[in-house]
Ligand binder design. Structure first.
Ligand SMILES: Nc1ncnc2c1ncn2[C@@H]1O[C@H](COP(=O)(O)OP(=O)(O)O)[C@@H](O)[C@H]1O
Ligand SMILES: N[C@@H](CCC(=O)OP(=O)(O)O)C(=O)O
Length: 383
């Protein structure tokens, strides 16, 4: 963990954490592993402790959105299931049972402090398509103005394999972006990011200033078998996604929630290292699963990578995969190196006859609509 150790030596551990104490709007995400146990369903102590901390912060004037996992885990015991099911339909059924139970507990626990909660179930599409995410923003913003704590989860019961986030860490980062939060707090069953698997005498990483601080750090999957999904990997991705787009991020344990929100020196702090980007592009860079690949000639690679231009049919030499207009695709050079990801304007059926041709020719021959770029520069992120 050489680079992390040097970051810890030069940056005070409490660096910037005060931003949490004064934040106007915070997204807090809590994982299944700290809310539930496979045998006992919802953990009353953990849920109540979390609600106490968040309600106190809300009552002191900070707007809070809670992204809560745990629906599937909470639904297992009532359905007589001993472990998290593998098939999607049973997971959907468990989520449908558990989500109601979770909301009932949150309503009670926050209600004890005079705080109203609401349920907001989102699919990946709601955050990707502009019309839908504008709608989602409006609803969440209004709820926050009304003093409510919205409790967000993925809409597991209707989300399919293709469009599923699967973990709520990256969903929380996108929600933080959507509502223009000042900070994102990721709560789990581990108190910080360690430089290796926590059980083996690993050391705390207090501050991550950028990707260089993660070099050589061994980041693993979930700790409690069968409960959490993403593990530390998706938390680091989510925190990096937030910090890279102008939002402070902190990873710590659920019992540390109150201390974290007071700006105390707990957990791992991700320092802001980039500016805000459209939600669509964050999605494309970090979450979207690609449906195909466009192979470019060298000139087109240079144009996309160095001159930041839109991708035209003339520079494409091959198309792989089956995709529809609007899907995410990889954009690669002739040697197979992926240089970008983009939202494509044509389907994989339409594209082959367009390759290598000018947009003008295509417009004249095939009609207007075929004179557009294949990927617009605004729908393209370099990787
Ligand atoms: N380098 C690391 N530092 C901290 N925790 C790690 C690391 N690598 C793997 N983990 C594991 O990640 C787990 C947290 O992820 P997960 O179980 O998915 O939690 P949640 O349900 O809260 O999202 C921890 O229990 C821990 O064992
Ligand atoms: N939406 C799912 C959460 C997925 C999940 O387990 O996430 P996490 O525990 O945060 O790794 C649920 O409510 O069960």
């Amino acid at each position: 963990m050489s680079s992390s150790a040097s970051a810890a030596d030069t940056v005070p551990a409490a660096a910037d954490r005060g931003a949490l104490a004064t934040a106007r709007r915070v997204v807090v995400k809590v994982g299944s592993s700290s809310l539930t146990s496979i045998k006992g369903g919802i953990s009353e102590e953990s849920l109540t402790g979390l609600a106490d901390a968040l309600a106190a912060k809300r009552n002191s004037g900070t707007e809070i959105i809670l992204v809560s996992s745990g629906a599937i885990a909470a639904g297992l015991a009532p359905l007589g299931l001993a472990k998290r099911p593998r098939d999607l339909a049973t997971q959907q059924a468990a989520a449908s049972v558990g989500q109601g139970l979770l909301m009932a507990r949150y309503t009670q626990a926050f209600g004890a402090h005079g705080v109203t909660v609401s349920q907001v179930l989102l699919t990946a599409e709601d955050l990707m398509r502009r019309s839908q995410h504008t709608n989602a923003f409006r609803a969440l913003d209004r709820l926050l103005n009304l003093g409510v704590v919205p409790v967000v989860n993925e809409n597991d019961t209707v989300a399919t394999h293709e469009i599923r986030f699967g973990d709520n860490d990256r969903l929380a980062a996108l929600v933080a972006h959507l509502v223009r939060a000042d900070a994102l707090v990721l709560l789990s069953d581990v108190d910080c990011l360690y430089d290796g698997p926590p059980a083996q005498g690993a050391r705390r990483i207090p501050v991550v200033g950028g990707p260089h601080d993660l070099e050589g750090v061994s980041i693993g999957r979930t700790g409690k078998a069968g409960v959490g999904t993403g593990g530390m990997v998706t938390k680091v991705e989510a925190a990096s996604m937030a910090a890279g787009s102008g939002i402070h991020a902190l990873v710590t344990s659920t019992p540390n929630a109150a201390a974290a929100l007071n700006g105390e020196d707990v957990g791992t702090w991700f320092t802001i290292n980039g500016s805000r980007k459209p939600v669509r592009l964050l999605w494309l860079a970090h979450v979207a699963s690609v449906q195909g690949r466009l192979v470019l000639d060298d000139g087109a690679v240079r144009a996309v990578r160095h001159h930041r231009t839109s991708l035209l049919p003339a520079g494409i030499s091959a198309v792989h995969g089956a995709f529809e207009a609007g899907d995410a695709v990889e954009i690669a050079g002739a040697d197979g190196t992926v240089v970008a990801r983009g939202l494509v304007n044509y389907s994989s059926e339409e594209l082959p006859r367009m390759l290598g041709r000018s947009t003008r020719d295509l417009g004249e021959e095939l009609g207007t609509g075929y004179d557009r770029e294949v990927v617009h520069v605004d729908d393209l992120v370099l990787v």
